[in-house]
Ligand binder design. Structure first.
Ligand code: ZN
Ligand code: ZN
Length: 292
């Protein structure tokens, strides 16, 4: 499914899928550093600058909420350019209200993960639609403006999305707004050849966006973009969704488990007993992390 070079407009025409984190729990936690409204005004200026760079450029904005995700803005669909910002803000407001209404009382004490796996999948679906739409299409890339902590329960879905992006040659760029690094997005950017950046000062967010993430894929080969200092390769076990350093891997389907299982819960393969119980030959035990 890789796009053939002849199908591209030119090297520098981009389709930029921007995924913004609208998780209210996250924004409440950093409101003293960066307010959501200031963040949105930075994003709007960034989207406008992308559209100004090339008239064939296209941007699509997807909101990643706490319970849901949705397409907020598509520059190819908007008719009136003057009302672009208004319609975007209106749709965003409707989305945040709808997302909030889906919130159940009992789910609030969770640390507040946002639905990154869902919005990544939506972005990839949109890109596949563009690939199949006709003979000419822009070069797609995904930019995640993310702040919420990684939801271990989404590990499998996010890894599947990452491998799908890699297969379609779609780089996933990540700009981390929260205090913590995101292991999921570190891996996403590393595997797909995107840029991972955690800005030191969120006051200058637009500067980071415009200097690092506005460059099209062709121009990137001529630039010195930030390189990640390290990637957290730790995986989550499929049984409890915990992040683990060491684990057991099914040799048939590569499912990861934190404890020895008699049978793989994913593919049903039955594991041998003798080697697992004899701790002197732990050849089922493989290290999944080489970080730090
Ligand atoms: Zn487990
Ligand atoms: Zn298996």
């Amino acid at each position: 499914m890789t796009p053939a070079a002849s199908k591209l407009y030119t090297d520098d025409v981009s389709l930029l899928m921007v995924l913004i984190d609208t998780n209210p729990f996250f924004w409440n936690s950093i409101k003293s550093t960066l307010s959501f409204s200031k963040f949105i005004s930075n994003v709007l200026a960034f989207l406008n600058s992308i559209l100004l760079l090339n008239q064939l450029n296209q941007v699509v904005l997807i909101a990643t909420g706490y319970n849901s995700c949705d397409y907020i803005f598509d520059s190819s669909a908007s008719q009136n350019q003057n009302q672009r910002a208004e319609s975007l803000l209106q749709k965003l407001e409707e989305f945040v209200e709808k997302d909030e209404s889906l919130c159940r009382e009992d789910s609030v004490d969770a640390p507040g993960f946002s639905l990154l796996s869902g919005s990544l999948s939506m972005a990839l679906c949109y890109i596949q639609k563009v690939f199949r739409s006709g003979p000419l299409h822009p070069r797609p890339r995904i930019l995640c403006l993310h702040g919420s902590p990684d939801g271990p329960g989404q590990y499998v879905a996010i890894m599947n999305a990452i491998f799908s992006a890699q297969r379609s040659m779609v780089p996933v760029d990540s700009c981390i707004l929260g205090a913590q690094h995101s292991a999921f997005l570190q891996q996403a950017s590393y595997i797909t050849g995107g840029v991972y950046l955690k800005p030191q000062l969120l006051d200058g967010l637009f500067q980071y966006l415009s200097t690092v993430f506005a460059t099209d894929l062709h121009s990137r080969s001529f630039l010195q973009l930030p390189k990640p200092v390290g990637v957290d390769f730790r995986a989550s076990c499929f049984c409890h969704k915990n992040t683990i350093d060491m684990g057991y891997i099914c040799s048939v389907c590569l499912s990861i488990f934190c404890k020895h299982q008699k049978k793989c819960s994913t593919c049903g393969s039955v594991f041998g007993q003798s080697q697992a119980q004899d701790s002197s030959t732990p050849d089922r035990k493989r290290k999944t992390s080489v970080d730090k």
